[in-house]
Design a protein around this ligand. Structure first.
Ligand code: BTN
Length: 267
């Protein structure tokens, strides 16, 4: 049966992606939208209706894109990648934080390939930076039975709104050439799937930790982190990644493991 999104008229990007995805690749089944509220919301509804693991929702524009910590995610129509994957991990609760870590490594590695010599780093937990500017963000949300991984990647956007202009970048700006969004989508979902599949293998976790720490931008540095209760802050030196994906932070009163929060300043 044809997917309803297709019969409504699919975007050129959606058509292109379909021709490039292998039969059993993640990203299939795929729902595409020229515009939607949030691909995470669409994927969540689809997951409740029974979407299989690896199913993806891809949009050219979001009217209510969500970021971490209650922020919005804005993106110029038709220039970037906005997508969500349905995951159904058979992971114990204490390993679920690693999903976001695996995805961060996968997305950073794909971006690094796209921009050549430019330094691509990860800011805990899962912002992908090129130099000091953010290129991709990820939002992991859970339903009773599934996890929804949303990825927003600035691909071909050149101008950013004034409030983001000194903090955001895109693959196009960093590589000085237009990027092929369909090819990137296929690479991103392939790499995310490969990293995700290692999360159940004990002997692969060390490789994930070192790959992550190799790109962790503030490793060994002093940072200020805003906790999920937005009124609270903690300062300390980044010591690396904890086995469950938390951030190890050395403060004046000892070693802490943070499971949520965001870096606000580093020095
Ligand atoms: C962040 O850095 O704050 C996370 C940004 C996540 C944005 C993506 S865009 C696709 C998906 N749908 C959403 O509503 N959010 C995520």
């Amino acid at each position: 049966m044809r997917d309803p999104a297709r019969t409504r008229g699919e975007s050129a990007l959606g058509e292109e992606v379909r021709t490039r995805l292998d039969e059993n690749a993640w990203g299939r089944p795929l729902r595409t939208f020229r515009s939607t509220d949030s691909t995470n919301s669409r994927a969540r509804t689809w997951a409740l209706e029974g979407a299989p693991e690896g199913a993806a929702v891809l949009a050219e524009y979001q009217t209510a894109g969500r970021g971490r910590q209650g922020r919005t995610w804005t993106s110029e129509p038709g220039r970037n990648l906005l997508f969500s994957l349905v995951l159904r991990p058979g992971l114990p609760e204490e390993r679920r934080g690693l999903v976001t870590i695996g995805a961060a490594v996968a997305v950073a590695e794909t971006c690094a390939e796209a921009v050549g010599a430019r330094p691509v780093g990860v800011e805990w937990p899962n912002d992908v930076l090129i130099g000091t500017r953010k290129c991709c963000g990820m939002l992991l949300e859970s339903t009773e039975e599934a996890l929804i991984l949303g990825v927003g990647c600035n691909v071909n956007q050149i101008d950013f709104p004034p409030e983001l202009a000194d903090r955001a970048t895109s693959l196009r700006l960093e590589s000085a050439r237009p990027q092929d969004r369909a090819a990137l989508f296929v690479q991103l979902v392939d790499r995310i799937r490969d990293r995700y599949r290692t999360l159940t293998a004990e002997d692969e976790l060390e490789d994930l930790r070192t790959s992550y720490e190799d790109r962790l931008v503030h490793l060994g540095e002093s940072i200020r982190l805003r906790l999920s209760d937005r009124e609270k802050w903690i300062e300390g030196t980044v010591r690396g990644l904890a086995p469950d994906g938390g951030l190890r932070l050395k403060t004046g009163d000892g070693l802490h493991v943070l499971r949520a929060g965001e870096v606000t300043t580093a020095h």
